[in-house]
Design a protein around this ligand. Structure first.
Ligand SMILES: [Fe+2]
Length: 182
């Protein structure tokens, strides 16, 4: 059953997140999990919603994430490190730096199936997929993501907007309209 392999991975991530060298432990575990990327992608495909929080406590938050290539979700911060393991398709991290009165585009990082990356606590990214298929990934945050106050950032001015899933989706843009992809 594909769902069991995901449940097993969640248990092992929780152990890694509670360990002393948790950043390396989570990274190593996610790299190891790529050996089962087809099964994990199937388990993520089985969820009704594109983004599902499958676990959270004080040590970590674990989400399954699917993105489409034509929609780009708004720039935001996490205020903690996040590990991204892509099991199907290609997820795109659209990176930004805040400057007075604006957001400066810092390039796009394509994370292909089979890859694991980590964004540090200072990172600001918008998020989408590349190619024709939805991306399928796990995001592991190094703390209780839903318990902290964090921000989205206005695309043009870089002003802070309180993070909520509602605002996150409402501020999404069509990729075809964006200079970052031209
Ligand atoms: Fe994010």
């Amino acid at each position: 059953m594909p769902q069991n392999i995901l449940e097993d991975l969640i248990l092992r991530i929780r152990q890694a997140a509670a360990s002393e060298d948790r950043v390396s432990a989570i990274r190593a575990l996610l790299q190891e999990s790529q050996a089962d990327k087809e099964e994990l992608a199937e388990a993520i495909a089985a969820f009704e919603e594109d983004e599902v929080m499958v676990f959270e406590d004080e040590t970590c938050s674990i989400w399954t994430c699917r993105y489409f290539a034509d929609v780009v979700f708004a720039p935001h911060e996490h205020c903690m490190g996040v590990h991204i393991a892509v099991y199907r398709g290609t997820e795109v991290e659209v990176l930004y730096k805040r400057e007075p009165g604006k957001l400066r585009h810092g390039g796009n990082s394509l994370v292909k199936a089979g890859s694991v990356v980590r964004l540090g606590p200072e990172a600001i990214h918008a998020i989408t997929a590349d190619g024709n298929a939805q991306s399928h990934a796990i995001h592991v945050y190094e703390g209780p993501l839903t318990k902290i106050e964090r921000s989205l950032f206005d695309w043009t001015t870089g002003e802070r907007v309180a993070f909520s899933m509602e605002n996150f989706h409402a501020m999404a843009r069509r990729k075809a309209s964006m200079a970052e992809f031209s």
